[in-house]
Write a protein that binds this ligand. Structure first.
Ligand SMILES: NC(=O)c1ccc[n+]([C@@H]2O[C@H](COP(=O)([O-])OP(=O)(O)OC[C@H]3O[C@@H](n4cnc5c(N)ncnc54)[C@H](O)[C@@H]3O)[C@@H](O)[C@H]2O)c1
Length: 267
């Protein structure tokens, strides 16, 4: 298994489905990958930490090469990313949008027959109005190296880091649809999960950032009335990454306690 992002969501998913596998954990911050690998290895898993940068194709290829030393890659869990309060517009687009697209593309070329993948998008992408058929097609199908040159991703068309994040996450969902066709030719499946507010270091940065009140209001007013946990995201990933999910590919699953429902149709 390749696990990108040594964070809470990634670890929760890997713990649910990664037993008995060699798990290569890649993170830009090596100490995060090491912390996850350490926790997992003390719980009977077999994880190896490595430094990698999702925003660089060569780094992604290096990670894949390292994982292939242990055998064919049967699973991908992509839970690396930066949030609107953590990064600039440019790095959100480079990591969350471009990097995810490259990772799905490169793993799709070598994934084991019958393999499975999940990438973490966000409820944020569900809040953007429809972009239209042409923009959706461009986000889904543009050659990865030309993605960041798209007119709709130019700085003059992006209001702030939240808008960049929403576009990146919308793009993740569209790339998953387009990649599912390619992965399908190898008998493999790829899906995305769009979590709402899940308590992790990334979310805590948001609670303490400029949009803190907005996020706290969001979870207190949603139908479930609380933020979620990484383990609840893993519940869905477990279905998608097992044979019970064999008919599910190219799909996105909103796991947000109903926050998106409240956003559109609440009081
Ligand atoms: N926590 C939430 O509320 C929430 C909600 C919706 C979506 N998400 C998404 O879930 C994913 C995982 O987030 P999390 O909440 O587990 O956060 P986290 O901070 O626990 O983990 C994210 C990890 O990604 C790593 N990372 C950042 N940039 C990287 C890069 N360029 N290359 C490699 N690794 C990099 C970080 O070092 C960190 O270890 C992200 O894509 C995030 O956008 C989170």
């Amino acid at each position: 298994m390749i696990l990108t992002g040594g964070g809470q969501i990634g670890m929760a998913i890997a713990r649910r489905i990664g037993y008995g596998m060699k798990i290569v954990v890649g993170d830009k911050r090596l100490e995060n990958a090491e912390a996850v690998a350490n926790t997992m290895n003390k719980a009977g898993f077999d994880a190896v930490p490595t430094k990698m940068d999702l925003s660089e194709r060569n780094s992604i290829l290096g990670l894949i090469g390292k994982a292939q030393q242990y055998g064919e890659i049967a699973m991908l869990v992509n839970a690396a990313g930066v949030s609107p309060s953590q990064a600039s517009i440019e790095s959100i687009l480079k990591v969350d949008l471009y990097g995810t697209a490259v990772l799905l593309e490169e793993i799709g070329k070598i994934i084991k027959t019958g393999g499975m993948g999940v990438t973490i998008s966000s409820q944020s992408g569900h809040r953007l109005p429809a972009l239209g058929e042409e923009a959706d097609r461009l986000l889904a199908c543009t050659v990865t190296e030309k993605l960041l040159a798209l007119e709709l991703l130019q700085p003059c068309n992006i209001r702030d880091t939240l808008h960049a994040y929403q576009l990146a996450k919308r793009c993740n969902v569209k790339r998953v649809m387009a990649e599912a066709i390619k992965w399908g030719k190898r008998g493999a499946r790829i899906n995305s999960i769009s979590p709402g507010i899940i308590v992790t270091p990334l979310a805590l940065d948001e609670f303490n950032g400029p949009r803190g009140k907005f996020y706290k209001d969001m979870f207190s007013k949603c139908p479930v009335g609380r933020p979620g946990t990484a383990d609840e995201v893993a519940n869905v990933a477990e279905l998608l990454m097992s044979n019970r999910g064999a008919f599910i590919t190219g799909a996105d699953f909103l796991v947000d306690g109903g926050a998106t429902a409240t956003y559109f149709y609440g009081d």
